[in-house]
Structure formats: structure tokens, C-alpha cells
Design a protein around this ligand. Structure first.
Ligand SMILES: Nc1ncnc2c1ncn2[C@@H]1O[C@H](COP(=O)(O)OP(=O)(O)OP(=O)(O)O)[C@@H](O)[C@H]1O
Length: 226
């Protein structure tokens, strides 16, 4: 059997302490294989965003084990986590957070350019290729403010894919879109999952969005329940 892409086991997260403590994750276990496209479902407040934030190495669990690509991320230093995140993980949020004075293409390549200290021809080529695959070939030089909500979110997906991460974590990526625009975003995610083998974990409240995914992971009371 091949090694899973990521594995969390007996994961706990408590916010606050004493009487004000809230236990959000309570011994949660799950595994994702490389190339999965999974939906993360569960009632509001069940801990989906908390889990995504921990999987994205943006927050540490209170206890438990978290490995990805064979690396133990619970004991890694902050510096190593930043390096790991930059290389291996992409993020898409409900609100695209595009820079308003930048074009679609500039938005896609900006984080990479900042990281590398310059804008390389290779980065521009990768950005263009991704935007073409997102169906935005004729929009790449438009200012982000002139794009529709669905187009902006597809630019955000392209931005998340710039460094060819193994894992993309998407927190309600279509929460702000109408059905047609949401489907277009999911179509592009589906394409990238199939063509690049990128693993996606997508939190959503929407069964129609979850139906695009080949696996549904249900969170309830701080654990995976299905
Ligand atoms: N930084 C924090 N400090 C204290 N409590 C927090 C913090 N972050 C989250 N929580 C609490 O943890 C619980 C789970 O929140 P989380 O955002 O992970 O749920 P969710 O399943 O993503 O919800 P939704 O579907 O509404 O986005 C909530 O009760 C929330 O108030």
C-alpha cells in the first residue's frame, strides 16, 4: 500500500482554558490519499475551519499527531512549517482576497514573486497556463476588480496552484457564489484534480458542491463521524 498523503490521529484542539475552554476537536482521526478530492461536511461550529487551519499548518493542535508526506508536523519548528506550507500546501478561502490594483495574472504570480524576490519568466508561464485552464485566457490582463465573483474565485484557485502543491485546502470556496459560478469553480477544481493529481479538501455546507467530490468526510462533535 502506498503511504497516505496525510494522516491525523487523536487530534485535539482546545481554545481558551479553565471555565472558558472550548474543546473543538476531540481525538479526531483521518487519512487522505494522494489525488483525493474530498468534501468536508458538518454542522456550523463542528470544527471544519479549525481542522483546515491545522492541516494547513497555520495553527498547532493542542495534542495528537499530524503527518504529511511522511513528515511529522507536530514537532516541526515554526520555520520548517512555513517552508513546508510554501512548498506543499495551497489555500482557497471563501473571500478571494485578490489585490484590487493588480490584473488576474499579476494576482496569480504575486505570492510566488514575493517569495522568490523577483518575477521569473517561468512563474509568468505557469500563471498563464493555469489561467488558460481556468477558462480565463481572455481575462488574464484584466484588473481583478473588473472580474465577476466566479472569475475572481477561479483566479484564487489558480493562485493556490502556482507552486504545484500536493494539497489544496479550500474553506467554503463557493460560499459566496451563485449556482452557475459555483459550478464553474468546481469544474476547474475537478480538472486540476484529474490532470495534476492535486489533492483537494473542500469544506462546504452545500450538498451540490459536496457531490462534485469523490469522498465526503463528515465532522461532528469534534470527530470524523462518517
Ligand atoms: N480562535 C478561537 N478562539 C476560541 N474559539 C474558537 C476559535 N476558533 C474557533 N473557535 C470555536 O470553535 C468552534 C468551531 O469553529 P469552526 O470555525 O472550526 O467551525 P466550522 O465547522 O468551520 O463552522 P462553520 O461551518 O460555521 O464555518 C466554534 O464553536 C468556534 O466558536
Amino acid at each position: 500500500m502506498t503511504e497516505p498523503l496525510l494522516n491525523v490521529s487523536d487530534l485535539w484542539k482546545t481554545f481558551g482554558d479553565g471555565d472558558a475552554a472550548t474543546q473543538v476537536l476531540k481525538g479526531l482521526d483521518f487519512t487522505m490519499a494522494q489525488g483525493e478530492m474530498s468534501a468536508l461536511l458538518g454542522p456550523s461550529g463542528s470544527g471544519k475551519s479549525t481542522l483546515l487551519t491545522i492541516l494547513g499548518t497555520l495553527m498547532r493542535p493542542t495534542s495528537g499527531s499530524h503527518t504529511m508526506l511522511g513528515q511529522d508536523l507536530t514537532t516541526a519548528s515554526d520555520e520548517d512549517l512555513t517552508e513546508f506550507r510554501n512548498r506543499h500546501i495551497g489555500f482557497v478561502f471563501q473571500f478571494h482576497n485578490l489585490l484590487p490594483d493588480f490584473t488576474a495574472l499579476e494576482n496569480v504570480i504575486f505570492p510566488t514573486a514575493v517569495r522568490e524576490g523577483r518575477e521569473t519568466a517561468a512563474a509568468r508561464a505557469r500563471g498563464r497556463e493555469l489561467l488558460v485552464r481556468m477558462g480565463l485566457a481572455d481575462r488574464m490582463d484584466f484588473l481583478s476588480t473588473s472580474l465577476s465573483g466566479g472569475q475572481k474565485q477561479r483566479v484564487a484557485v489558480a493562485r493556490a496552484l502556482m507552486n504545484s502543491p500536493e494539497l489544496v485546502l479550500a474553506d467554503e470556496p463557493t460560499g459566496n457564489l451563485d449556482r452557475a459560478a459555483a459550478n464553474q469553480v468546481m469544474e476547474t477544481i475537478d480538472l486540476l484534480n484529474r490532470e495534476e493529481g492535486t489533492t483537494f479538501l473542500i469544506s462546504t455546507h452545500d450538498d451540490k458542491i459536496a457531490a462534485w467530490c469523490r469522498r465526503q468526510i463528515l465532522v461532528g462533535d469534534g470527530q470524523v463521524t462518517g
